[in-house]
Design a protein around this ligand. Structure first.
Ligand code: F6P
Ligand code: MN
Length: 313
């Protein structure tokens, strides 16, 4: 086979086969597969919208808002007919909506298009989904059954965990999600750091922690898109992403339900950790839909160090 030509004589493992082999419960694997398919529809919308953006972007970013809403509509409408989802909560909506008949097993959280303000720069953006077994305003650890994220970059990839490791798939030209990395495992310690929030807004304890990483020779890798920034830590097998408490916003920026819980689930399943600087993200009680929370997520050494610095700060 020549370089760059896929070798279809070799056996590939697609997403459905992988979940079946891993004994992911049937309804859950059907739901995860449907979410992966929705990623293709969202990607198609990004393509359409990007063409329009070339001439029409206004100072209010209205085009991006349209795109966020379209991604949300795609998810809501498709999930409504999946037969597996009782309630849908989205970063784009003020309240949880009931989309099932009332006896479905799963409750969904969605950040339909994370990092959409980057769409005109052609940096990667993504979709983040949490799949819960119970109504979502409860403690995360007990309710998350699975989490998925999709990256829209040079390639479309999807990463899922159903509590049996973390796995990555790449969408091929035939429209199939093919297994690319199984049981991704982070090293104890990585060498990249990804830092949100303005430096002048950081707390003294956080600043000391970052200075520690800098002395240790960590390389800065921050795109400004949560999905690709987390994906980088995962695929490079370690490092740290943080969006800390800021002086003016002590809860940071990122949302616990829509962004942090699903990513914490995926990174923990890959042997990493996620805390708010003190407490595990998945053990934080969720009281509000749009609750924000500081985050330190990545390999164990860096997250434990962050906890140490914050405890002594
Ligand atoms: O969803 C919020 C988001 O766009 C994330 O994707 C990203 O991590 C963060 O905001 C970037 O924030 P800032 O522009 O403050 O670095
Ligand atoms: Mn987001």
């Amino acid at each position: 086979m020549g370089e760059g030509i896929s070798d279809y004589t070799k056996f590939t493992v697609d997403l459905r086969r992988h979940m079946w082999k891993a004994s992911v419960e049937m309804d859950l694997r059907r739901l995860i597969w449907q979410i992966a398919v929705m990623g293709k529809y969202i990607s198609a919308k990004i393509h359409e919208s990007h063409r329009k953006l070339a001439g029409f972007k206004n100072i209010y970013g209205e085009e991006q808002l349209t795109l966020d809403r379209s991604a949300d509509e795609i998810l809501k409408n498709q999930l409504e007919y999946s037969g597996f989802v009782r309630e849908y909560a989205s970063e784009e909506r003020d309240a949880v909506i009931q989309i099932g008949k009332g006896d479905e097993k799963y409750f969904i959280t969605a950040d339909p298009l994370d990092g959409s303000s980057l769409v005109d720069t052609n940096l990667s953006i993504g979709t983040i989904i949490g799949i819960h077994k119970e109504s979502i305003l409860a403690e995360g650890k007990k309710t998350l059954a699975a989490a998925v994220y999709i990256t829209y970059g040079p390639l479309i990839t999807m990463v899922y965990s159903a509590g049996k490791g973390t796995h990555e798939f790449v969408l091929n030209r035939e429209g199939e999600y093919v297994l690319s990395e199984e049981n991704i495992t982070l090293k104890e310690r990585g060498d990249i750091y990804s830092l949100g929030g303005l430096r002048k807004e950081w707390t003294p304890a956080h600043l000391k922690y970052i200075e520690f990483l800098e002395k240790e020779g960590y390389k800065l890798r921050y795109s400004g898109g949560f999905v690709p920034d987390i994906n980088q830590v995962l695929i490079k097998r370690g490092g740290i992403f943080t969006y800390p408490a800021l002086k003016k916003s002590p809860n940071g920026k990122l949302r616990l339900l829509f962004e942090l819980q699903p990513m914490a689930f995926i990174i923990e399943q890959a042997g990493g950790m996620a805390t708010n600087g003190k407490q595990d993200i998945l053990s934080i009680k969720v009281t509000e839909l749009n609750q924000r929370c500081p985050i330190y997520i990545g390999s164990r050494f860096e997250v434990e160090k962050a906890n140490e610095f914050l405890a002594n700060g």
